[in-house]
Design a protein around this ligand. Structure first.
Ligand code: COA
Length: 162
């Protein structure tokens, strides 16, 4: 069975992530969306919230699993019996960082392969921090994240302002 693992912080999930998720799910038997619990910077959305947003957006997609992980990605993959990472490349600027990550993961576990998919052209400028920045100032995020989670994102920033 061909399993692909799509890791990220998803703080929050954007239409750019969804573009990769939907296309990647077509070329494997199972896609595991792996949500990092802790990142260097404290996330705005808790791990439970980030997983819940993904679950809502991906509801009913049969070959997609959403799982939280902490620690090293390669250790999580071993537990899941997976050896292939899929990542999106938005622009040349992503390359250097992704190249380093791919080589570090290979250094940690020689069985791990990283595949790259070009992010849809409409999303090449998009990032979770851009969504957070816009939403925190009440800016328009329609078209950047799935419609069904827009209100939840604004609400989170309203709560944070209180
Ligand atoms: N569409 C829109 N945005 C995208 C995107 C896409 N297709 N692909 C990436 N992005 C955004 C992300 O949302 C993120 O936005 P932000 O920084 O503004 O919040 C940014 O681009 C960087 O993405 P990425 O490089 O995937 O970082 P990440 O923080 O989402 O995920 C992990 C990083 C989880 C993959 C990585 O830190 C990891 O594997 N950590 C575990 C520890 C480990 O094993 N390290 C590796 C060996 S040292």
């Amino acid at each position: 069975m061909r399993i692909l693992v799509y890791p990220g912080s998803f703080d929050p999930v954007t239409n750019g992530h969804l573009d990769i998720i939907e296309r990647a799910a077509k070329i494997c038997d199972k896609l595991i969306v792996a949500v990092l619990v802790n990142r260097n910077k404290a996330p705005v959305f808790s791990i439970e919230e980030r997983v819940a947003l993904l679950k809502e957006v991906l509801d009913g997609k049969p070959n997609i699993e959403i799982a939280a992980f902490s620690g090293l990605l390669v250790d999580f993959m071993k537990k899941k019996g997976a050896n292939t990472i899929i990542k999106g490349l938005r622009a040349v600027s992503d390359f250097e960082y992704e190249f380093q990550m791919a080589l570090l993961n290979k250094h940690l576990d020689n069985n791990i392969e990283t595949l790259f998919m070009m992010t849809g052209i409409n999303y090449s400028y998009l990032s979770s921090s851009a969504v957070r920045e816009l939403a925190s100032h009440g800016g328009n995020i329609k078209g950047l994240v799935p419609d069904i989670i827009i209100d939840r994102i604004y609400k989170k920033f309203e709560e944070n302002r209180k």
